[in-house]
Design a binder for this molecule. Structure first.
Ligand code: LLP
Length: 417
């Protein structure tokens, strides 16, 4: 059952015509399907049926309170990478005990907040960080539960900007350092070694890189056991890709099977940190055509969503399908779909065959639920878009569009001016 579908040539989200929402809320806006969010979470979780597990949704993909609240209510955990995500997660109702914290640059205040909250696990990315967390835990009279994030030097075969497990990447520690790190950690007074972690990249469309990474982790688990160090949690990070154009990533069942098979009868509890696979295809960005114009060699469709709203095409040249909200019989055009921002990288699509559209038409930018709103900015003093969630025949604005006043919130003019 697809929850973004056409009925009588009109795009619906569940039982609500997208046009109706655009008329009420204005454009651009992000639109999420509650049924899709829920189904994706449950399918992913069920893929690991029979295994002790905690599915920690990766907050960075979509941090809206409503989205987080939904996953918290489904029993999910949260993968966080900042004090801000810890704050949002707690506000949305995730118990700290279901949060794991990764990131190469955790600040002291962020570490302290996570220790005070009592998170499940710190995924440590350097020996210096390990030592700092031990020191902070000592000061706060806490014990810090940790995993080491291993960089297994595996090629995830994805866009270089979102590959994280190669030895040239800044993430985690290499295998040898990890073994040393475990020995150090096991002697630190305020550290409790509980897990091992990796995250090799995002938008991965094959199972093999995950299997290779897991093999490295299992070898480390065996090695540290010789020194009497045991881990309870195995965190495989996020990373199953989705279909934007014609990719065919493994189904969560296939992904889970390949991992669980390699685990054999190791008594490990799994932690998964999926982001994109849960929310990516559960959301779209709706935008309006402002103008059409013909250049010397190009046709341009100028829309009211720009790179500040959806940065992925500008940053990774990523592909998002662009569909008309109302289908017409006017055939198709090949055009650049561009935003209003003063940069040539401000495009949603280049040389794309799309439905012939005219001024005022609505377009749906598909697969925009992950890393869409969370990567948006106020560049060119453009207020951030609204976000809307649909459930059955109802819709709710889960974040209002920013106002112009919001744009200067917190600013002040010094007395010397
Ligand atoms: N865990 C960690 C430690 C991560 O760094 C990430 C993503 C995830 C989990 C979730 O990965 P996923 O399941 O979504 O593949 N902005 C880029 C993606 C950056 C991903 C960063 N880390 C994009 O728009 O494609």
């Amino acid at each position: 059952m697809h929850h973004f579908a056409y009925h009588n040539n009109e795009l619906y989200c569940e039982d609500v015509p997208v046009r109706t929402i655009a008329e009420k809320v204005g454009t651009p806006f992000y639109l999420y399907s509650h049924a899709t969010l829920k189904r994706h979470f449950m399918v992913f979780d069920a893929a690991f049926e029979g295994v002790q597990r905690l599915v920690c949704f990766s907050a960075k993909a979509n941090t809206s309170q409503a989205v987080l609240k939904l996953f918290a209510s489904l029993g999910g955990g949260l993968d966080i990478v900042s004090g801000g995500e810890l704050f949002r997660g707690l506000k949305a109702g995730f118990p700290a005990q279901r949060m794991v914290y990764s990131g190469v640059g955790k600040r002291i205040d962020e570490i302290d907040d996570a220790l005070e909250a009592g998170i499940l696990m710190f995924n440590i990315e350097s020996i210096e960080e390990l030592e700092l967390i031990d020191e902070r835990a000592g000061l706060l009279k806490k014990r810090a539960p940790v995993a080491l994030r291993v960089n297994p030097d595996v090629d995830p075969k994805t866009h270089p900007y979102i590959s994280t497990g190669l030895k040239k990447n800044k993430f985690g520690v290499e295998t040898r350092t990890a073994i040393e790190g475990y020995k150090i950690a096991s002697k630190l007074k305020n550290i409790e070694v509980i897990g091992i972690d990796c995250h090799i990249g995002s938008q991965i469309t094959e199972s093999q890189p995950f299997k290779d990474a897991l093999e490295s982790l299992l070898a480390i688990i065996k090695e540290i056991k010789k020194f009497g160090i045991e881990v309870k949690y195995l965190d495989m990070g996020g990373g199953v890709g989705i279909t934007y154009a014609d990719e065919s990533p493994p189904h969560p069942n296939e992904y889970a099977k390949s991992i669980v098979e390699s685990l054999g009868d190791m008594p490990l509890e799994m932690i998964l940190e999926p982001g994109r696979v849960i929310v990516g295809n559960a959301g779209i960005l709706v935008t309006k055509v402002l103008y059409r114009k013909s250049g010397k060699t190009k046709e341009f469709v100028i829309v009211d969503a720009g790179m500040n709203d959806l940065m992925r095409p500008a940053l990774y040249e990523s592909y998002h399908r662009i569909e008309p909200v109302i289908k017409n019989d006017d055939g198709s055009i090949v055009a650049d779909v561009v935003g209003p921002i003063c940069e040539s990288s401000d495009f949603l699509a280049l040389d794309r065959k799309i439905a012939s559209v005219k001024k005022g038409d609505l377009l749906a930018v598909m697969s925009a639920g992950a890393y869409g709103f969370t990567m948006s900015s106020n560049y060119c003093s453009r207020p951030k878009a609204a976000e809307v969630m649909v459930k059955d025949d109802q819709f709710d604005v889960i974040r209002t569009r920013q106002s112009y006043a919001d744009l200067i919130d917190g600013e002040s003019i010094p007395s010397f001016i």
